[in-house]
Design a protein around this ligand. Structure first.
Ligand code: FAD
Length: 463
């Protein structure tokens, strides 16, 4: 690991309100602990920022010294982009302030906030923004790449609900980005990832949600996989915006609602969440019980904050993980065959394949309104995720992901995918994900980061 000059560190500390940490300190160890334990890069220095001014100071030093730069929001990224090797990590973890303006139905949060922290603050007022399915994910990375969650049929992606942001650009300017100020930058950060600067504050429009919502969780034995997916294909067609469907290939969780003999056995899952009234939810899920044969069901009202944390235990920190995702327009028979065949080859009980359905408000956002990498006509994102507790089993599980992905490719809308579900950034795949938007993103990248300082991401090459 490259060492950093003592003078450089002391100089940064002089103009810095946050903490500057070096290897060997506990603050360094804490800051470089990210979600994916397979990523072992070690920055030479961590600048834990408390203000936009700290980010400006850190950037200035990193650029002058020619240091590789990475940015940490929630540290949840599969590719481990929060960590650079031997350079400087700009750590936004201390910037977690969330403020809620109930009257204006707006909330702001710092660039290091997690969804759990954000939901707690907004749900205190019965309000919410679409976030991710795991509450310890960062608001920053998830929103900048898009943001798919339980509220996506109701209110679109997280990024569709962004109304403004404060961005520190590569040359150290602190800019506001919104529909009125720097609109190109605002367009680019709603899907274009961390390519355009360090976002120190996000401002979202809020929606009334909960606090109680309705859960319908069903598990099926593998031999009923085809029936389930054919059923789901029709089920989602007339789904109201107030409902969201989530499918998965997984091992049954060791939770009390799963009979002991089924715990950890391979299953398929269907989750239907109702954000409206209980009667509508009951009416919607009735055919699942009538025409399919779930081996486990959990139908219950649930606080929205608990729903947001429901899968947290399935995604613990520090394991070895790899993912590759693909978009399909529909669950055609070919897609279903590939899913059922390859799901059976999964080895690690921790690996799982979440399948996100798109519709409702997500579909009604105009294709050109944001930089989101994916068509608004897309039906599903299938995310093949490998997780193993130790490095020994990891290579085989990663091969399983790649084979599964290749089997789905002939049925997909292209080789691109949701950029937040990439562990490797093959240039063609990133370009394909953005399609016709890629050139505009390149122009904006050239305007705000011509030297590609921010390149540890699904990288947009400056025009
Ligand atoms: C278990 C798990 C579940 C997930 N579930 C979902 C889901 O339900 N829906 C969904 O849409 N996605 C989901 N994701 C993907 C998630 O959106 C991405 O991993 C995202 O990158 C995480 O953001 P982060 O801030 O936590 O990550 P980080 O690793 O901190 O950052 C990720 C990227 O964003 C950049 N970045 C971070 N903060 C900033 C900032 N403040 N300013 C500029 N750039 C920044 C980083 O440089 C890096 O390139 C999930 C990921 C995991 C591991």
């Amino acid at each position: 690991m490259a060492e950093i000059a003592v003078d450089t560190v002391s100089e940064l500390r002089k103009s810095f309100e946050g903490e500057v940490s070096l290897p060997g300190s506990s603050s360094y160890d804490e800051a470089v602990r990210i979600w994916n334990g397979a990523v072992t890069r070690r920055p030479a220095v961590v600048a834990s920022c408390t203000t936009a001014g700290d980010v400006v100071a850190a950037l200035e030093v990193a650029r002058r010294e020619g240091l590789e730069l990475s940015v940490r929001g929630g540290g949840h990224n599969y590719a481990g982009n929060a960590l650079c090797e031997g350079g400087m990590m700009i750590d936004l973890t201390p910037m977690k302030t969330v403020t809620v303006d109930v009257e204006a139905q707006r909330a702001t949060c710092g660039g290091g906030t997690t969804w759990g922290e954000f939901d707690a603050a907004t749900q205190a007022h019965g309000l919410a923004v679409p976030g991710g399915f795991i509450s310890h994910t960062g608001v920053a990375g998830l929103t900048l790449g898009g943001g798919i969650g339980w509220l996506s049929r109701l209110a679109g992606l997280s990024s569709d609900n962004l109304v403004g942001a404060t961005v520190v650009t590569a040359d150290g300017r602190v800019l506001k980005a919104s529909g009125d100020e720097n609109p190109d930058l605002f367009w680019a950060i709603r899907g274009g990832g961390g390519n355009f600067g360090v976002v120190t504050e996000f401002e979202f429009g809020l929606h009334q949600v909960g606090p109680l919502v309705h859960l319908g969780l069903f598990l099926f034995s593998p031999e009923h996989g085809r029936d389930l997916f054919r059923f789901a294909r029709e089920f989602v067609r007339d789904l109201p915006d107030e409902s969201q469907v989530f499918l998965a290939g997984l091992n049954a969780p060791p939770e009390p609602f799963v009979p002991e003999e089924l715990q950890l056995s391979p299953v398929f899952g269907l989750v239907v969440v109702g954000l409206g009234d209980a009667e509508t939810h009951q009416r919607l899920i009735a055919p699942i019980k009538d025409s399919l044969s779930p081996i486990v069901e959990l139908v219950t009202p649930i606080p929205y904050v608990d729903l947001q944390q429901m899968f947290d235990a399935s995604a613990p920190w520090g394991l070895h993980s790899y993912e590759k995702a693909i978009y399909v327009d529909d669950l055609t028979d070919g897609v279903i065959d590939a899913i059922v065949e390859h799901q059976a080859k999964k080895m690690s009980p921790l690996s799982f394949v979440p399948i996100f359905n798109f519709g409702g408000a997500f579909r009604r956002v105009d294709e050109e309104d944001t930089a989101f990498g994916g068509s608004r006509d897309t039906g599903y994102a299938i995310n093949i995720s490998a997780t193993t507790p130790s490095p020994e089993e990891f290579d085989a599980e990663r091969s399983w992901v790649r084979d599964y992905w290749s089997a789905l490719l002939p049925h997909a809308s292209g080789s691109g995918g949701y950029v937040n579900f990439m562990t490797e950034y093959d240039e063609d795949r990133v370009r394909n994900s953005y399609g016709a938007k890629y050139e505009r993103l390149q122009q904006i990248k050239a305007a705000f980061d011509p030297d590609n300082v921010f390149h540890l991401n699904p990288n947009i090459k400056p025009a």
